[in-house]
Design a protein around this ligand. Structure first.
Ligand code: FES
Ligand code: FES
Length: 127
């Protein structure tokens, strides 16, 4: 299986790894296809993601996708972050082999679930 240089870069040197003790939203999601998991922490101010951390127990593509996705949502509004699709994350990585596309879904799921967890805390309807 061929990974792009960008995938290998984000896999071997993932950005935003770790936890946020004072996170405003936290979720842990699992892939229904393989059982890999991602934990995601968001720090939110004025409906904007001011900080983000993740921990992924999964394959190279899942780690690279989480890393890239966190870079893409940092500083973005919740609405913009919600709109980010796994296809966009994969494209930013220079593409993923088709059997590895589901690995990027983990990041998209985690972001959307974290946003809804935050909305729930605020007493808002889920998106
Ligand atoms: Fe083994 Fe994802 S199934 S790392
Ligand atoms: Fe499961 Fe990659 S094989 S996320």
């Amino acid at each position: 299986m061929q990974f792009t240089e960008t995938v290998m870069d984000h896999f071997t040197n993932p950005r935003n790894v770790g936890v946020l003790e004072d996170a405003d939203a936290f979720v842990e999601v699992g892939s229904s296809e393989c059982g890999d998991t991602t934990a995601l922490y968001l720090k939110i101010e004025d409906d904007r993601i001011v900080d983000v951390r993740f921990r992924t127990l999964g394959c190279a593509a899942a780690i690279a996708s989480s890393s890239m996705a966190t870079e893409m949502i940092k500083g973005k509004s919740l609405e913009e972050a919600w709109a980010l699709t796994n296809r966009e994350v994969a494209a930013a990585l220079g593409g993923l082999p088709e059997p590895k596309m589901h690995c990027s879904v983990l990041a998209e799921d985690a972001i959307r679930q974290a946003i809804n967890a935050y909305r729930e805390k605020q007493g808002l309807e889920p998106w």
